[in-house]
Design a protein around this ligand. Structure first.
Ligand code: AHM
Ligand code: MG
Length: 340
C-alpha cells in the first residue's frame, strides 16, 4: 500500500480550508468572506452539474420554450443567473449584485444585507454550450463603504479596488481560480467529494509567451497598433519564431490557457465596436486582477485596465492581457501611435 499517497489523501486543502487559513492571517476578520465564497462555490457546483447534464436534460432549449411537462424551459445562462442571485442574497453578506444577465443592479433587501458587492457573469461564453466547448462563471468582489446606504458608486469603482476576483471553468474538469490579492490559486472539483481541492497553488504566468489569442475575423476593422502587433506575432522581425494562434471564443477558457501557458489574449476596439466587446465590471476587471496577481499585465489600449473607472455597470472596454513582456509590446505600439 502506498502510505505516502494515503497520507496525502487525508490532508486535502479544500477551498474552504484555504480561505480559512488566509482569514486567520487577519484576526479582526469575522469569517464573512469565507461565508460569501462558500455561496459562490455552491453556485459554481450547481452550474457545473447543470452544464454536464445539459445535453441529456435538454436544458439547452431557448428560454421561453416549454418542455414535455408543459413547464417553461430555462436556458442555462438564465438558470445560472437565478442560482447565483439566490446563493449570493442568501449568504447575507452582499448589498449590491451586478450580473451580465440583469439590466439593472440588484439592491439586496436591508434585512439580508452584508458588506460585499459582487459583480459577475454567471455563464460567460454561453453561445458555445451547444457544441460542448468550455464555458465559465466570472466574478469580482468589492466592499461597500462603511455605514453608508449602499449605492451604485459602490460598484462603479476601478478594478484595483476589488478585494477578490476569480472564475470557474466548466471544461474537461471543473476548475476554480481565485485571488484575494495574495497571488492566484487554482482548485479542481473532485466529483467524488463534491469539493474543490487546491491543485494549482500560486499560479505565475510565464514572463513571455508563444501564443496570441484574438478573433482575427475582425482584422479589417482594427486600429493601427493592434494590426501591427498581430502582424509581428506572425512575422516577427527580431529573429524569434512566430507565435501560435489559439482562439476558443470563450473568455474563461482563453484566459485560463493564457494564465497557465503564457501569451496574450486580445479583444481590441475596432471600427464597428469602438469600445471592444467585453464588459468592464465582470469580464475585464476580474481577469485583469488575476493577471496582475499572477505577474502579468492588463491594458486597455490607453491605460492599466484596473485603473479604469466605469461610468455604467455594463460598460465595455478593449482589453489586452497576459504575459508581462507581451503586453509591454502592445503598450509600446500604442504609446508610439499616441506620439504621431
Ligand atoms: P457573452 O458574454 O455574450 O458570452 O460574450 C462574451 C464572449 C467571451 O467569452 C469571448 O471572449 C468573446 O465573447 C468572444 O467574442 P467573439 O465571438 O466576438 O470573438
Ligand atoms: Mg459574458
Amino acid at each position: 500500500m502506498d502510505h505516502a499517497a494515503d497520507a496525502h489523501r487525508t490532508d486535502l486543502m479544500t477551498i474552504t480550508r484555504f480561505v480559512l487559513n488566509e482569514q486567520s492571517k487577519h484576526p479582526e476578520s469575522r469569517g464573512d468572506f469565507t461565508i460569501l465564497l462558500n455561496h459562490i462555490v455552491l453556485g459554481c457546483k450547481f452550474v457545473c452539474s447543470a452544464v454536464n447534464k445539459a445535453g441529456l436534460a435538454k436544458l439547452i432549449g431557448l428560454a421561453g420554450e416549454t418542455n414535455v411537462q408543459g413547464e417553461e424551459q430555462k436556458k442555462l445562462d438564465v438558470l445560472s443567473n437565478e442560482v447565483f442571485v439566490k446563493a449570493l442574497v442568501s449568504s447575507g453578506r452582499t448589498s449590491i449584485l451586478v450580473s451580465e444577465e440583469d439590466e439593472e443592479a440588484i439592491f439586496v433587501e436591508p434585512s439580508k444585507r452584508g458588506k460585499y458587492c459582487v459583480v459577475f457573469d454567471p455563464l460567460d461564453g454561453s453561445s458555445n454550450i451547444d457544441c460542448g466547448v468550455s464555458i465559465g462563471t466570472i466574478f469580482g468582489i468589492y466592499v461597500v463603504k462603511d455605514g453608508i446606504e449602499p449605492a451604485l458608486h459602490d460598484v462603479l469603482q476601478p478594478g484595483k479596488n476589488m478585494v477578490a476576483a476569480g472564475y470557474c471553468m466548466y471544461g474537461s474538469s471543473c476548475t476554480f481560480v481565485l485571488s484575494t490579492g495574495t497571488g492566484v490559486h487554482g482548485f479542481t472539483l473532485d466529483p467524488s467529494l463534491g469539493e474543490f481541492i487546491l491543485t494549482h497553488p500560486d499560479i505565475q504566468i510565464p514572463k513571455k509567451g508563444k501564443i496570441y489569442s484574438v478573433n482575427e475575423g475582425n482584422a479589417k476593422n482594427w486600429d493601427g497598433p493592434t494590426a501591427k502587433y498581430v502582424e509581428k506575432c506572425k512575422y516577427p522581425t527580431d529573429g524569434s519564431s512566430p507565435k501560435s494562434l489559439r482562439y476558443i471564443g470563450s473568455m474563461v477558457a482563453d484566459v485560463h490557457r493564457t494564465l497557465l501557458y503564457g501569451g496574450i489574449f486580445l479583444y481590441p476596439a475596432d471600427k464597428k465596436s469602438p469600445n471592444g466587446k467585453l464588459r468592464v465590471l465582470y469580464e475585464v476587471f476580474p481577469m485583469s486582477f488575476l493577471m496582475e496577481q499572477a505577474g502579468g499585465q492588463s491594458f486597455t489600449g490607453k491605460e492599466r485596465a484596473l485603473d479604469l473607472v466605469p461610468n455604467k455597470i455594463h460598460e465595455r472596454s478593449p482589453i489586452f492581457l497576459g504575459s508581462y513582456d507581451d503586453v509591454e509590446e502592445i503598450k509600446t505600439l500604442y504609446a508610439a501611435e499616441g506620439k504621431k
